[in-house]
Structures are given as structure tokens and as C-alpha cells.
Design a protein around this ligand. Structure first.
Ligand SMILES: *[C@@H]1O[C@H](CO)[C@@H](O)[C@H](O)[C@H]1NC(C)=O
Ligand SMILES: *[C@@H]1O[C@H](CO)[C@@H](O)[C@H](O)[C@H]1NC(C)=O
Ligand SMILES: *[C@@H]1O[C@H](CO)[C@@H](O)[C@H](O)[C@H]1NC(C)=O
Ligand SMILES: *[C@@H]1O[C@H](CO)[C@@H](O)[C@H](O)[C@H]1NC(C)=O
Ligand SMILES: *[C@@H]1O[C@H](CO)[C@@H](O)[C@H](O)[C@H]1NC(C)=O
Ligand SMILES: *[C@@H]1O[C@H](CO)[C@@H](O)[C@H](O)[C@H]1NC(C)=O
Length: 287
């Protein structure tokens, strides 16, 4: 039975391909199909569509700066780069445009060779709700007392093999004591709250940073709903640097007033069917 299926499979595939590709195939149909029918799926990050691309979603389906990278060699982890900093994507939910991300430079200890501030691209992201700021001070010394007597004043290595110290200060605890002297500082948003001094152990701080913080992605979401409701697929025109709407039939669409995106005139290619985008292949019955 199974081998019969294997023998038939190539024929079935050809049949499917013949049914799916209409004779007037144009590059826009390509764009429509590749964006309407694909989602980013990798490990725990699933069902992510516009405005992202990456994985099996081609680049014309998302914003140039919103690429998701899947790493099959590291337990199918997902990464995104924002303002030259790479983050591990721990969770992502299209329904509320929320992502939990963690800085990769803190997956190798708490004293990166070049500490930098967290910096979002505010054209594309906002901070999500519930983040708390942690400030990490570097190249620190004490002008009195012992390192152990100041919570959050820690050796750069958990095994205390160096004489490099850093100082972790959650925003909630207020200004640092004057006995701590450091030359640089960076801030890191955290979702987990570290606001009791006894919690400031090396492992707790590392765990809280690796647990990440929330961001919300913004932009073109309303236009995208209009596009999808007209039977189109949202994408991004890399030449004009604007969100766009790919239609099944390029010959009939209308521009929305703001000129940012067009909607497809679904009446020309398929019957009024608000849920075309949910059932990606339902439209083919009518082509
Ligand atoms: C981006 O990061 C790379 C390597 O981490 C660095 O060489 C480069 O100078 C950085 N670019 C900017 C604009 O910060
Ligand atoms: C977003 O949606 C996910 C899944 O429904 C939920 O677990 C999460 O709490 C939501 N986050 C926010 C900030 O609304
Ligand atoms: C964290 O600090 C940065 C820089 O000072 C600030 O822009 C940001 O709003 C702060 N975030 C929170 C949640 O307080
Ligand atoms: C101390 O820990 C660091 C990583 O935290 C590691 O690179 C180093 O080899 C360790 N040193 C010793 C002597 O165990
Ligand atoms: C990080 O941002 C803080 C507050 O804006 C600033 O004081 C600090 O110098 C910045 N650190 C680095 C390494 O740029
Ligand atoms: C596009 O659709 C509109 C409304 O259904 C129709 O009036 C117009 O003739 C169509 N244009 C083309 C080129 O099919």
C-alpha cells in the first residue's frame, strides 16, 4: 500500500502543480502564492507571517529589517537582528504582535568583551508591557568594603577566577551606593523582576537576562488586514521600501488613499469570500 503511494506520488504532485498554477501566471502570482501560503515555522516559533520573512518565507514577504533566522544546529533556535544586536527569539505571537527576545551576547557570561546598550529600532518595535530595567556597570572597583558586602557586586566569572568585577543594579533599587566606582554602564530590559537585593546572584542575573524581555512589532498591520480581507497577501516592495499587497490577479486592484498599500479587487478573481487568507487554497476552486 505504502509503496503504491510512493509510486503514485510524482503523478499526484504533477497533477497538483497543474491545478494550482493558472495559465496567466505572472511574477505577481508568484509573490501572492509565496507570501499567502507561507509562514515562518522553526522550533517553538510558529505561524509567523507578515511583516516577517525568513525560513521558507521569501524576502518579498516581509520588511528588509525583519528577517527571522532559524538555526537547525542549535535546537531550532530563532534569531533576529535589531540595530546590529542579535537576539534569540524565545516566543512570538502574531495575535498580539508580541515577541520575547533575549540578547545573545549574554548567553556567554555576564561580561561581554564590548558591553553595549540595548537599542530597539523604534520604527519597527516598541517595548512590550511589564519590562523592568537592569543596569549593568562594568570595570568596577570599590573604594571601601568587600565585594561580598554589596549585593550585585560580582566577579565577571561565576567561578571567580578573574579580578574583573561588574555591578548589577535593578532600576527599582534606586541609585547605586557611592562606594561602587565603575567606568561604563549598559541597560538591559528584563521581564523577570530582580528587585530584592538577595536575588542578585550571578546565576539569577544570568537567568533573568536569558529569559528575555517583551517587544511589540508595529507598522502596516491595519493595512495588512485590509489587504487580506480583499483576498490579497501582504508583502513588502523592497524597491519602493513600502508594504504592499500581492493579488492573485494583478490586473485588478485599487490603491488605498494613503498610497502605502493597495487592496485586491477580490470580486474580479473570486467570489466574495472574507476568509480567503485563512484557507490559502480555497481560492483555487474558482480559478
Ligand atoms: C555591527 O557589529 C559588527 C560586529 O559585531 C561591528 O563590526 C560593526 O562595526 C557594527 N556596526 C555598527 C554600525 O555598529
Ligand atoms: C500574547 O498572546 C500570547 C498567546 O495568546 C499570550 O500568551 C501572551 O500573554 C500575550 N502577550 C501580551 C503582552 O498580550
Ligand atoms: C529603561 O531605560 C531606558 C534608558 O534609560 C529607557 O529608555 C527605558 O524607557 C527604560 N525602560 C523601562 C521599562 O523603564
Ligand atoms: C571559569 O568560568 C569561565 C566561564 O564562566 C570559564 O571560561 C573558565 O574556564 C572557568 N575557569 C576555571 C578555572 O574553571
Ligand atoms: C548606555 O546608556 C546609558 C543611558 O543612556 C549611558 O549613560 C551609557 O553611557 C550607555 N552605555 C554605553 C556603553 O554606550
Ligand atoms: C475591476 O473590478 C471592478 C469592480 O468589480 C470592475 O468595475 C472593473 O471593470 C474591473 N477591471 C478589470 C480590468 O477587470
Amino acid at each position: 500500500m505504502a509503496s503504491l503511494l510512493v509510486m503514485l506520488l510524482p503523478h499526484l504532485m504533477i497533477l497538483l502543480i497543474m491545478i494550482q498554477i493558472p495559465p496567466y501566471l505572472s511574477s505577481n502570482d508568484d509573490n501572492y502564492t509565496s507570501c499567502a501560503d507561507t509562514r515562518y515555522d522553526c522550533g517553538k516559533i510558529n505561524n509567523i507571517g507578515f511583516p516577517f520573512w525568513g525560513g521558507n518565507r521569501p524576502k518579498q514577504c516581509g520588511h528588509p529589517l525583519l528577517q527571522l533566522n532559524c538555526d537547525p544546529d542549535h535546537a531550532f533556535a530563532t534569531y533576529i537582528t535589531i540595530k546590529n544586536m542579535t537576539y534569540r527569539v524565545l516566543e512570538a505571537y502574531s495575535e498580539n504582535q508580541t515577541m520575547k527576545i533575549a540578547r545573545v551576547d549574554y548567553f556567554e557570561g555576564l561580561c561581554p568583551s564590548k558591553p553595549v546598550n540595548t537599542s530597539l529600532d523604534f520604527e519597527l518595535f516598541d517595548y512590550g508591557p511589564g519590562n523592568k530595567n537592569l543596569t549593568l556597570f562594568y570595570h568596577c572597583s570599590l573604594n571601601n568594603g568587600l565585594p561580598n558586602s554589596i549585593p550585585g557586586f560580582l566577579n565577571c566569572f561565576s567561578n571567580r577566577t578573574s579580578n574583573e568585577y561588574f555591578y548589577a543594579r535593578p532600576e527599582a533599587l534606586g541609585a547605586p551606593p557611592s562606594s561602587v566606582v565603575c567606568t561604563t554602564s549598559v541597560f538591559i530590559p528584563l521581564l523577570l523582576q530582580l528587585d530584592v537585593e538577595v536575588e542578585l546572584t550571578w546565576n539569577n542575573i544570568e537567568g533573568a537576562i536569558q529569559n528575555g524581555f517583551l517587544v511589540k512589532w508595529i507598522g502596516s498591520v491595519t493595512e495588512c488586514f485590509k489587504c487580506m480581507n480583499s483576498g490579497g497577501a501582504c508583502g513588502y516592495d523592497w524597491n519602493s521600501k513600502q508594504a504592499t499587497c500581492y493579488c492573485k490577479d494583478e490586473s485588478n486592484y485599487s490603491n488605498l488613499g494613503d498610497g502605502l498599500i493597495k487592496t485586491c479587487d477580490s470580486s474580479a478573481t473570486s467570489p466574495p469570500h472574507q476568509d480567503d487568507h485563512v484557507l490559502p487554497n480555497s481560492g483555487m476552486l474558482y480559478t
